[in-house]
Design a protein around this ligand. Structure first.
Ligand SMILES: C=CC1=C(C)c2cc3[nH]c(cc4nc(cc5[nH]c(cc1n2)c(C)c5CCC(=O)O)C(CCC(=O)O)=C4C)c(C)c3C=C
Ligand SMILES: [Fe+2]
Ligand SMILES: [Fe+2]
Length: 311
């Protein structure tokens, strides 16, 4: 029994620990009606199976280049452990959307621990229907009976302590003697989802504005500060500008990338940004290309979590 404790549940996407789990990840992702916005389950499932079949082998090659697994699981576990060490009032758990541990397993554990008040903390600073809403909806949908009270954090991109973590990581990557172009790189989204009212792009623009102001107030100057979108999948039109097009502007110049839509490092940072786009940057003649780390389980981010959940 965890007398008087509440549960803090960190929600994340999950990621592959091996090729079978990559198949599970992709299958669950493309069966999610928030990702593949087709209303009829049966049709969505046929299209999902088709995409997975087509994508699995080539996607797995990317994971082979980062040690045959996504770093998202071990890093989220480290974050959970650190929260349990440093946040007294809560017992912290994690639930993933597309790979284990799933919401129903975590709910079982919370019940065994004798806790009935739950605070969900989606590890997405900006709200999107494809991430935050999907995770919260899935967790709440798995609650077996009415004995739990559940609240959730919708977004936290305006939190000052969180933004200090980002600014400090950018500063750690700067060499005072050089001039840099800073690119905040966000995971993309199909434009059709934004047109339907998803606030992700609007919040992303506001987040970049807040961070640019913070950097300016600290006297940190860049040749330019930009927002671009990575990870386009499939034939639809996605948010623009793409990271690849953005990089084309910086031949013979220095670039720092900050992965603004992620809280813990994952295949999109370790493979896509650090390997794939690094090669593109090299081919485009960019002089120096640096990728910042996500906030992960840093002490500074734990302080930000405490601040975000205090109300
Ligand atoms: C096809 C639609 C997709 C949408 C919409 C989407 C939104 C979205 N995703 C993240 C964060 C992550 N996505 C990750 C992997 C990933 N995403 C998609 C597709 C969509 N994402 C695919 C097919 C994949 C698998 C990899 C690939 O085949 O390219 C990951 C990495 C997980 C890991 O294994 O480490 C993250 C994290 C956000 C933030 C977002 C919208 C806001
Ligand atoms: Fe994604
Ligand atoms: Fe990707």
């Amino acid at each position: 029994m965890q007398k008087n404790k509440k549960a803090l549940v960190l929600l994340n996407m999950g990621g592959a620990r091996n090729k079978d789990e990559l198949k599970m990840f992709l299958t669950n992702m493309f069966n999610d009606e928030n990702i593949l916005t087709i209303n009829i389950d049966f049709i969505r499932s046929i299209i999902a199976n088709f995409i997975v079949k087509k994508r699995l082998d080539s996607a797995w090659e990317n994971y082979e280049k980062i040690g045959n697994a996504s770093p998202i699981n071990p890093l989220t576990e480290k974050l959970v452990d650190k929260c349990n060490e440093k946040i007294e009032e809560f017992k912290t758990y994690q639930a993933m959307r597309y790979t284990p541990p799933f919401a129903n397993d975590v709910l079982e554990q919370i019940k065994k621990d004798g806790i009935n008040e739950i605070l969900l903390f989606p590890l997405y600073a900006q709200f999107s229907t494809t991430t935050t809403k999907s995770s919260v909806q899935d967790f709440i949908g798995n609650i077996p009976y009415e004995g739990f009270t559940v609240k959730y954090i919708e977004e936290f991109y305006k939190n000052d302590k969180f933004n200090d973590c980002i600014v400090n990581e950018v500063i750690r990557n700067i060499d005072d003697k050089k001039e840099y172009n800073l690119i905040f790189s966000a995971h993309g989204l199909p434009q059709k989802i934004v047109k339907k009212g998803d606030p992700y792009e609007e919040q992303m623009n506001e987040h970049v504005e807040i961070l640019s102001k913070k950097l300016d107030e600290k006297g940190i100057k860049f040749k330019s500060i930009n927002l671009a979108y990575q990870s386009k999948v499939g034939p639809l039109k996605w948010l623009e500008p793409s990271l690849e097009d953005m990089l084309k502007n910086f031949k013979d110049e220095n670039v720092i990338i900050y992965p603004i839509s992620f809280i813990v490092d994952n295949s999109e940072t370790d493979f896509e940004l650090d390997i794939e786009y690094r090669e593109i940057a090299h081919k485009l003649g960019i002089s120096e290309y640096k990728v910042c780390r996500c906030v992960n389980d840093s002490d500074e981010f734990i302080e930000a979590i405490k601040d975000i959940i205090k109300n």
